[in-house]
Design a protein around this ligand. Structure first.
Ligand SMILES: [Zn+2]
Length: 202
């Protein structure tokens, strides 16, 4: 049985009409996660964060990299999440032992050519393969950089906290590398809402 058929067989066994109550589009916990596509994070990062189906928006790519911080798909997804889907906080989560760290662009180029990709096309469209892929040497440095790029994006509200964390894909441990609550925009939001609260009680 090929992979497609085995997946369809699994799906027929999975479906139980009425077993899954419909959920709203907007995340229950009002946050978005931007993380890596690493297979070890599947069905592992979410339980490690205490979240379930329906709780959060999850955006993934190779190495949670942001190579086009103004027009790329990640930013467009975050703008949609914030302005259309009720997201109020953002978590950028890299992980230890990421496959995007230490990419060898020459080796990658040779692998692509061996699979029939034209070297002319590579040179024309992606002359700097490593930069195009968003390669990095340190996952936590990449997280700090991505948080800063999202923070600097003029389309993301300044009062939305953007946190940066590193995840261990083996034991599930999370460590904070950027605390989004320390940003000025968020502090101002808290200050203003507490002032409003004070006034409301007067
Ligand atoms: Zn990764």
């Amino acid at each position: 049985m090929n992979l497609l058929n085995s997946i369809l067989t699994a799906n027929r066994n999975f479906i139980h009409p009425g077993a899954f109550p419909p959920l709203p589009k907007n995340p229950k916990k009002q946050f978005a996660i931007f993380t890596c596509m690493d297979t070890r994070l599947v069905d592992f990062l979410e339980p490690a964060m205490g979240i379930k189906r329906g709780d959060a928006k999850v955006i993934k790519n190779a190495g949670n990299t942001l190579v086009d911080p103004l027009h790329g798909g990640v930013i467009r997804s975050l703008v949609a999440a914030v302005f259309m889907l009720g997201v109020d906080e953002i978590f950028v989560i890299g992980h230890e032992d990421c496959g995007m760290a230490h990419i060898d662009p020459e080796q990658l180029k040779n692998t692509m050519i061996a699979r029939g990709i034209s070297s002319v096309a590579i040179e024309k469209h992606v002359p700097d393969l490593a930069q195009w892929l968003g390669a990095f040497s340190c996952p936590s440095e990449n997280v700090v950089e991505v948080v800063a790029k999202i923070r600097a994006n003029p389309l993301i509200p300044k009062d939305v906290p953007i946190h940066g964390l590193i995840f261990c894909p083996n034991d599930g441990r999370l460590e904070v590398v950027v605390d989004g609550y320390s940003a000025d925009g968020y502090k101002q939001r808290i200050c203003e809402s507490s002032e409003r609260g004070t006034h409301e009680h007067q």
